[in-house]
Design a binder for this molecule. Structure first.
Ligand SMILES: [Zn+2]
Length: 405
């Protein structure tokens, strides 16, 4: 079997295993041949057998000629080994788990760093009415909060329109740099309840996505455009991955995985989409919203650390988010679902290591390289590498892929 078929079969088996243990498959999207679909990998293999097959696959991956492809796939398989070990019940401390999957070592931002980020928010919120910073922000959030039925309505109207605008900006600022067009059948929107995340891109294959909003989560109307850009960039990245797979018959690219070093870049680029497109959220609030998002990302990482390393209880974590991140405590409780150790039905929380991808993907990889490309007049080269070579999209290959920028 050429490299690809047995690899896809293995991914399907690991996906079935992680789904059985956590409710979530590591195979996030699949658009390869139907007869190789991971869903068809019915055979139930023990985690021990999965680990053995991973080793065999790593051995084969090491023989791939193309450097970026070899490194990206080998690194993916190494991450998956850690996922299987974790979910078969090995006692892996949280710090080792995040390190093993993403190559990032969790640490807590100190009180000084948090205080500094809060000071920037405080300085930026002079545009808001109110007495002190906390009162100002809580009031502003309350006035601009959208969720539930209101959010549903906004999705059917405003969001569909704004998505077309964003699609146009991608054409103008990014696709224009490419020699050939990518097919794009667009995204449709749906809503759900009860998920631990706010929004999600489910890439369907055949150049289309379903982007889902969780109407249980509170959205701020000024931040909606940021969420749209984030999810739309996932759609675009997947379009190019599918195109590459179809043109080059690279079977390995037909399955999009969670919990690999590719996620760091995928979330980093999604969080940089507004920078790529030169899109502002809202003139007068721009600086304030950016500073608040940055603070809340730091708080979110600290909370993941508190819940998983320091073993604090959920109420303490929620109070920390509320007091340090200026949120009402009932909203703060909803924010910990993504990183707490167990899901409400007592399963291991699949997403608990994932919170580390966004902040570091943007800060340590995508944004600095993009800014460097802008300074050196190499934006075209940056986008070509990022979108036309899917193997550049891993923190394991990033430095080599962008070495000429
Ligand atoms: Zn994302």
């Amino acid at each position: 079997m050429p490299f690809g078929e047995d690899y896809l079969e293995l991914l399907g088996q690991i996906g079935n295993f992680t789904k059985e243990v956590t409710g979530v498959s590591i195979v996030d999207a699949y658009f390869g041949p139907r007869n190789l679909s991971p869903e068809k990998a019915k055979r139930r293999l023990s985690p021990e057998k999965l680990l053995m097959n991973l080793e065999i696959s790593i051995g084969k991956a090491k023989e791939i000629d193309d450097e970026l492809r070899r490194i990206a796939i080998t690194s993916d398989l190494e991450s998956l080994k850690v996922v299987v070990k974790w979910l078969r019940g090995e006692n892996i401390p949280y710090i080792r788990l995040v390190e093993g999957i993403f190559g990032i070592t969790p640490r807590k931002f100190g009180q000084n760093e948090i205080r500094k980020a809060q000071q920037i928010v405080e300085d930026a919120c002079t545009v808001l009415p109110g007495f002190d910073v906390s009162e100002k922000i809580l009031k502003w959030e309350k006035e601009n909060k959208i969720s539930g039925e209101t959010l549903k309505k906004v999705i059917d109207t405003v969001i569909v329109e704004r998505t077309q605008e964003i699609g146009g900006l991608f054409e103008k600022h990014i696709f224009a740099h490419f020699p050939t067009k990518v097919e794009n059948k667009g995204v449709i929107y749906k809503t759900v309840k009860g998920e631990p995340w706010g929004a999600y891109n489910y890439y369907q294959g055949n150049y289309t996505s379903i982007n889902v909003f969780n109407i249980d989560m509170p959205f701020n109307k000024y931040r909606l455009i940021a969420v749209l850009c984030h999810e739309y960039e996932h759609h675009v990245a997947n379009l190019f991955e599918e195109k590459y797979y179809r043109e080059n018959k690279s079977l390995d690219l037909s399955a999009v995985l969670l919990h690999t070093k590719r996620c760091i870049i995928n979330e980093g680029t999604a969080d940089c989409a507004r920078d790529f497109l030169g899109l502002q959220l809202s003139g007068e609030y721009e600086e304030f919203i950016e500073s608040l998002s940055n603070l809340r990302s730091m708080i979110g990482l600290n909370v993941a650390y508190m819940l998983n390393v320091e073993n604090v209880d959920e109420e303490t974590a929620a109070e920390y988010i509320a007091s340090e991140g200026f949120r009402p405590v009932d909203e703060a409780r909803k924010m910990i679902g993504f990183s707490k150790p167990l899901t409400p039905d007592g399963k291991p929380n699949f997403f608990k290591p994932y919170v580390y991808t966004y902040f570091f993907g943007r800060r340590d990889y995508v944004l600095p390289t993009f800014q460097k490309a802008q300074k050196k007049g190499k934006v075209k080269e940056f986008f070509q590498t990022l979108y036309l070579n899917p193997y550049s999209r891993s923190s394991a290959t990033w430095k080599i892929a962008f070495s000429r920028i």
